[in-house]
Design a protein around this ligand. Sequence first.
Ligand SMILES: NC(=O)c1ccc[n+]([C@@H]2O[C@H](COP(=O)([O-])OP(=O)(O)OC[C@H]3O[C@@H](n4cnc5c(N)ncnc54)[C@H](OP(=O)(O)O)[C@@H]3O)[C@@H](O)[C@H]2O)c1
Length: 308
Amino acid sequence: MAPQLLWIGLGNMGRGMVKNLVEKGNLEKPLIIYNRTRKRSEELAAKLPEGKTEIIDSLEDGIKKADIIFTIVSNDAVVQSVYQDLLKGDVAGKLFVDCSTIHPDTTNKVAKLVTDKAAQFVASPVFGAPPAAEAGMLVFVPAGAKSSIEKIRPYFKGVMGKAEIPFEDKPQSDALKLKLIGNSFILNTVTMLGEGLTLAEKTGVGVEPLQQLVDILIGGVYSIYADRMIKGTYWKMEEPLFSADNARKDGGHAMKLAESVGVDLKTVAVADDYLKSVAEYAGGDKGDIAGIYGSARLKAGLKYENDA
Ligand SMILES: NC(=O)c1ccc[n+]([C@@H]2O[C@H](COP(=O)([O-])OP(=O)(O)OC[C@H]3O[C@@H](n4cnc5c(N)ncnc54)[C@H](OP(=O)(O)O)[C@@H]3O)[C@@H](O)[C@H]2O)c1
């Protein structure tokens, strides 16, 4: 019999992931969805085919019916509080999958709480921004028991994702370590672009030739972020795609992880300095990571907002 799935967390990432799971996941039963703010569940359910989702108001109700529980919420404190609620009753035999980006030590703590209750736990952080979640193009990094990963693999490639980097029968924290190292690349990319575009403008070279160079020479994530900056999306968006708060959380975890093994992540400290100024200017939950461009502009005596 097909498992009953429960999804917790309908933020920027969760909404796109659920859309793809419902549309392409071959679910036999409606996907049970829960979000702290109910309105988000209602808005999402209204956009999806009728009868494909079931909104719940209490985690206790949802957990009783579910076999596999996916979570993707903001940060370590929220993950821990959600799991405290989830693990109150009898959860033996159920499989929990956390896709949030948190510190590897927190993941290990959550894994222990889950396995102490005779349930299974896979950490599966994801690479890709909300547009990639919406397009079903995420990269999943599952870590935990191979037998547990095999149960959720059908929902990854071709459904919510385009690829998988598995850590089978490895500690769940390995996935989070890779995620934090990977996100340090993103933080550096955005910082380089923010500074480079500001320099291009101030030297009179102009941002368009630099964008052309980035597209021809590097492409990929660089091009996506250059576009988000040059078009002014970083200050025009009502909701951030990757909030300054979440980016600072990831950078802080990456620096702590590096420090714990005697590595100095100097470049991430630079990104964090810019992000602090994004949070001060636009709000930590409203400012976007690409606002690093605005922050670099401010430092150079320009307006935060570009003329796009
Ligand atoms: N955005 C990205 O580019 C990206 C990419 C990869 C991974 N991630 C990671 O994925 C996770 C989610 O990111 P996101 O961009 O989707 O974040 P988001 O848009 O800020 O959504 C956060 C989610 O957490 C819930 N939440 C926050 N505080 C809560 C609380 N105290 N109790 C219960 N639920 C709470 C929110 O519920 P409400 O709707 O009620 O606020 C929402 O569902 C984060 O760990 C992030 O680092 C993000």
